[in-house]
Structures are given as structure tokens and as C-alpha cells.
Design a protein around this ligand. Sequence first.
Ligand code: MLT
Length: 269
Amino acid sequence: MVKAVIKGVTVGYTDQGNGTPLVFIHAFPLSRAMWQPQVDALANPYRVITIDLRGHGESDTVLWNDTLDDYAADVIGLLEHLGITQAVFIGLSMGGYTLFSLYRNYPDRVKAMVLADTRAQADSEEGKTGRRAMAQVAFKDGASAIVDLMIPKLLSPTTIQKRPDIVNQVRQMILHTQPAGIIVDLMAMAARSDSTDLLPNISCPALVIVGEDDQATPVTESQYIAKKIPGATFVTIPHAGHLSNFEQPVAFNQTIRSFLQTHGLEQGR
Ligand code: MLT
């Protein structure tokens, strides 16, 4: 694990392999550790970069009023630190929301994008109320109280029943997230812009992936995104919930590989 100081914030990241840079942006309330199956499988023939957003994993704490635009700016700051101009970005759920912000603000940096288990709409009023309630739980009782709320949203019932190893790894990731990081994520997600108008203007190759049992951002949300982005590819991952990359890494990685090959984005291109 290496760290860089980006705009005064110490950021944990990994940078492995050679080839086209693939930059992975994690979900709420996790860390870059959720991308380990992708680092293992894709670093060589690709350059795989994962980042801990502020307040997560090995990165410094957040400021109380950070937004998803700040998270996107950190990702671009890391690329500048690494001397990378353009990359393929992969964002899952909150990582997808951050990717919408990144595309809105830095479209020239995006060679292609993968939107996994995410949604384009902003939060409803009911959704915002739920975010505030969860932030209060994190404020009062810490990350351990968030574990039980989030595991059923992140993983499919079958994974929860049959894969205690996966459940435990996700639990550990949540426990390692600072309560301040959890709270700021929730407020930042509640305040995020609606990205539906952006979709028809996305002109890079796009892949939309969703776990067939995703409860947090159901299949219909991803179908909607894929229909609105010109030329987007849509893939459903069987036997996966919201964390499709972690629950079914073989299918997820294969989907990314064939997308990159189809668009001539494999090694060295
Ligand atoms: C995530 O996985 O990042 C969250 O479920 C996103 C959300 O709560 O909207």
C-alpha cells in the first residue's frame, strides 16, 4: 500500500501492473479493499489503480462538508500524481455517483467508463431522510452499528447464507471506515446532483453492470442508465447482489475484459 498527499489530504492507493490504466472507485461505506479480486485478476495486462476515498481505508479523514465532487477531484489528483492523463474508470454504487461527477467535471480524462450497481437519479426526499437517520446511528454508535444495517443491502441473501468469508470481509471493511467518513458519505450522497441529464451526453464507451439480486440499486436502475447512454453495453451478473464485483468476481472480471477488448482498450492501446 502506498500513500500520496493530494490537496493536503493523505490518500491510500494501490497501483499495480502495466497497460491501459483502470481506476476503481469504491462503494459506501467500504474501501479500495473491495476491489482486491479485480487487482488480482486484471493487474497485467492492465494497470490497476484503486483509491481509498477520504475517510475510508488508509486515507485521511474527511472535512465535514466534503462532497462527491471533492471525492472526484481526489481521484483526478491521484492521476495527476501518477502522471496519467486518461484512464478507464470503474465505479460501483457511490463509486458510480462519484464517476458521474468526475465525467461532468473532467470528461477529457475518461477513456471509457464502467458503471456498476449504481443509479443516475438524485435521492428522493424519503431517501434523504433515510440518509440522515443512518448518519445519526453512525454518529451515536459508530461503524459497528452500520454493519448490520448495510450487510443485507450490500450482499445477496444467498451470499449472506452461504459465504461467511465474504460477509466477514465486508464487515471488516465497514468496521475500518471512520464514523466521520460514513457520515460525510451519507450527507454527500444526499446532496448529489441528479445525473439523468448527463446520460445522453456521455460519448465514451460505457458498460453498465448489475447483480441480478441487487436490492440497493435494482436491475431496472441500471437498465435505465444503459438505455440512455448512447451505445452502452448492459450486463447482468447472475447470483450476485449489490457488490457484484466481490460476490461474483470471475463473471465481473470477464465482463470487464470483453468490454475492453471490444473497444480496443486492451494492453498498450
Ligand atoms: C453504495 O453501495 O455505495 C450505497 O449503497 C449507495 C447508496 O446508498 O445509494
